[in-house]
Design a protein around this ligand. Structure first.
Ligand code: ADP
Ligand code: LRH
Length: 474
C-alpha cells in the first residue's frame, strides 16, 4: 500500500478520523472512528470539552491500528476562532470557551473605539463576526485581565490538540487568520493591532503554513499506540481543508455546508474593497496562501438545533423527507439574524419570527424544516448576487461540499433559486482536504493542482439543475 495519512476532522457537530492513501491515481478513504461534538455549560460559559475530544482522538488512533492501518502521518482540523491560553508551565489557564457564548456581546463595538472598522478590515481582510477571536480576547481582557497577563502561550483548538500529540507549540496559518489579528498581506501576527488593543503579543507563537511538520508523536503516545506518526499541519481550519476539495475552484462558487454554510470563491489575493466590507465578506487564509472570499451563513446549525429540540426523534434524512411533504409551506426567516445564533429554543425562535413578520407559523417538524431550508436558499442567493457584483462576473456552477451535500431538498432548492447548476459532494470534503495536504507533505501528491485532479477522479458528484435532478456524473 502507498503511504497512508490519518485525518482528524472535528466540526462543531461531530468528529471523525479518516485514513487515506492514493491508489491508481484515486484517493481511497477509510473512516475508522466517529463521535459527537457539542458545546456544554461550564460555570458561566458555553465551552468545548477538549479532554473528551482528545480521548476520542486516541480511541480513533487505536481503532485505526486495530483495522490494520499504520499511517505515516496525522493531521488535525477543527472549527475556527476558538482558543486556549497556557501558563509558564504549559498548563491550561482558560477553558475552551465556545464561539456561541455570549461573552462577546457588545465587544465588537468596544474594539472599534480602539481601532476603526475600516482599518481592521483593510489590514486583516476578515469579516466582522461578534465571535471572532479578537472580540473573545477583548472580552477576556475586560473580565479577567490577570489571565491575559499571566498567559505565555496562545493556541487555537487544533494547535492545542497538536501540542498534546507532539509537544510542539505553534499557530497554524489558515486558522490564525480567523482571529482577525493576522495581517492579510504579511501573513504575520499584526503586532501594531495587538498593541493598540492592549493584548499581550508575546503569547502568540510562530505562524506555520499547511504542509509544515511538527515532528513525531510524543514518546508516551508512541508507547501507548505501539507506533509513531509524523504530526503534520493541514489547513487546520476545517473550511480551509474543505475548500481544498473543490476541484474546479477557479470558476466555481462553493458552499461548505455543515454547521455553518460558508459560501464563496477561492482567490490568489485578498479582496478588501469597500463593497466587500459593506457586504461583510471575509478573506480567510487558505492552502498555498490562497484566500477564501466568503460569507458565513447560519447554516445547518438551525436544523441541528431543531432536531435537538424535537428530542432527536427524527434523523436529518427524515427532516428532509418531512419537509418534502410540505412543499406548499413558504414562510421564511432571516437566517442571518443573530437571534438564531444561540436561541433558548430554535423551533420557538423560528415560530416567533414568523408571527412577528405576519407569516404562517410552522406547526410541525416538516414545516419547521421546510422553513429552514427555504430560508437558507434565499440567503445563499443574496450572497451569490453580492459575489457576482464584486467580481463583475456570472458563475455557472455551485459546488456544495460537506455533510449538508446529502440534503437533496436543499441542493434542489439552491438550483431552483439560483438557476445555476449545483454539484453536490464530496460529503467528506474536509477530511479529504486534510488527507491530501498530508500526502503532499509526504511527496505522495505533487501539489494542490494534482490533489484536486485526484479528488475529481475519485468521488462521484450529484448534479442538480433547476426543477429537475439529473443522473449522477463524474
Ligand atoms: P460540521 O463539520 O460543521 O460539524 P458536517 O459537515 O458534518 O458539519 O455536516 C453536518 C450536517 O450535515 C448536519 O447538520 C446535517 O444537516 C447534514 N446531514 C448529515 N447527514 C445527513 C443526511 N443523511 N441527510 C441530510 N443531511 C444530512
Ligand atoms: C466551520 C467554521 C467556520 C467558522 C466557524 C466558527 O466549522 O470553522 O469556517 O467561521 O466554524
Amino acid at each position: 500500500m502507498n503511504k497512508c495519512s490519518l485525518a482528524i476532522d472535528i466540526g462543531a457537530s461531530s468528529g471523525k478520523l479518516v485514513a487515506g492513501y492514493v491508489e491508481n491515481e484515486k484517493l481511497k478513504l477509510k473512516e475508522v472512528h466517529r463521535f459527537e461534538n457539542t458545546i456544554m455549560k461550564k460555570g458561566d460559559h458555553f465551552c468545548w470539552d477538549l479532554e473528551s475530544l482528545f480521548k476520542e482522538i486516541k480511541k480513533g488512533i487505536h481503532a485505526c491500528r486495530e483495522q490494520g492501518l499504520k499511517p505515516e502521518s496525522i493531521g488535525i482540523d477543527t472549527w475556527a476562532v476558538d482558543f486556549v491560553l497556557l501558563d509558564e508551565n504549559d498548563a491550561l489557564l482558560t477553558d475552551a470557551v465556545a464561539y456561541r457564548d455570549s461573552r462577546t456581546d457588545g465587544m465588537m463595538e468596544e474594539v472599534f473605539t480602539h481601532i476603526s472598522k475600516e482599518r481592521l478590515y483593510l489590514e486583516t481582510g476578515i469579516q466582522f463576526q461578534k465571535f471572532n477571536t479578537i472580540y473573545q480576547l477583548h472580552a477576556l481582557k475586560k473580565s479577567n485581565p490577570e489571565i491575559l497577563e499571566k498567559a505565555k502561550t496562545f493556541l487555537m483548538i487544533p494547535d492545542y490538540l497538536n501540542y498534546l500529540l507532539s509537544g510542539v507549540k505553534a499557530n497554524e496559518y489558515t486558522n490564525a487568520t480567523t482571529t482577525q489579528l493576522v495581517n492579510a498581506f504579511t501573513k504575520k501576527w499584526d503586532k501594531d493591532l495587538l498593541d493598540q488593543l492592549g493584548i499581550n503579543k508575546d503569547m502568540f507563537q510562530e505562524i506555520l503554513p499547511p504542509t509544515s511538520s511538527l515532528g513525531n508523536l510524543k514518546a508516551e503516545l508512541v508507547k501507548e499506540f505501539g507506533f509513531d506518526m509524523n504530526v503534520l499541519l493541514p489547513a487546520t481550519h476545517d473550511t480551509g481543508s474543505a475548500v481544498v476539495s473543490v476541484p474546479e475552484a477557479d470558476d466555481t462558487i462553493y458552499i461548505s455546508s455543515g454547521t455553518w454554510s460558508l459560501i464563496g470563491v477561492e482567490n490568489n489575493f485578498p479582496i478588501c474593497v469597500t463593497k466587500a466590507l459593506d457586504y461583510n465578506f471575509t478573506n480567510e487564509g487558505g492552502f498555498d496562501y490562497r484566500f477564501r472570499f466568503l460569507k458565513n451563513i447560519m447554516g445547518l446549525w438551525m436544523i441541528q438545533e431543531v432536531k435537538r429540540n424535537y428530542h432527536n426523534t427524527y434523523s436529518f434524512a427524515e427532516f428532509v423527507g418531512l419537509a418534502n411533504q410540505e412543499i406548499d409551506f413558504h414562510s421564511k426567516v432571516n437566517v442571518d439574524d443573530d437571534r438564531f445564533l444561540k436561541p433558548e429554543n430554535m423551533i420557538e425562535e423560528i415560530q416567533t419570527y414568523c408571527a412577528e413578520t405576519a407569516q404562517s407559523i410552522p406547526q410541525n417538524p416538516g414545516q419547521v424544516a421546510k422553513c429552514v431550508f427555504d430560508s437558507l436558499a434565499v440567503s445563499y442567493q443574496t450572497a451569490i448576487n453580492q459575489i457576482e457584483e464584486v467580481y463583475e462576473k456570472d458563475f455557472q456552477t455551485i459546488n456544495v461540499i460537506g455533510g449538508g451535500a446529502q440534503n437533496e431538498m436543499l441542493n434542489q432548492l439552491i438550483a431552483d433559486t439560483t438557476k445555476k447548476e449545483v454539484l453536490a459532494g464530496p460529503v467528506e470534503a474536509t477530511a479529504i482536504g486534510n488527507v491530501v495536504s498530508q500526502l503532499i507533505t509526504l511527496d505522495e501528491i505533487k501539489g494542490l493542482k494534482e490533489a484536486r485532479n485526484i479528488i475529481k477522479n475519485s468521488f462521484e458528484l450529484e448534479k442538480y439543475t433547476s426543477k429537475k435532478k439529473v443522473e449522477g456524473l463524474r
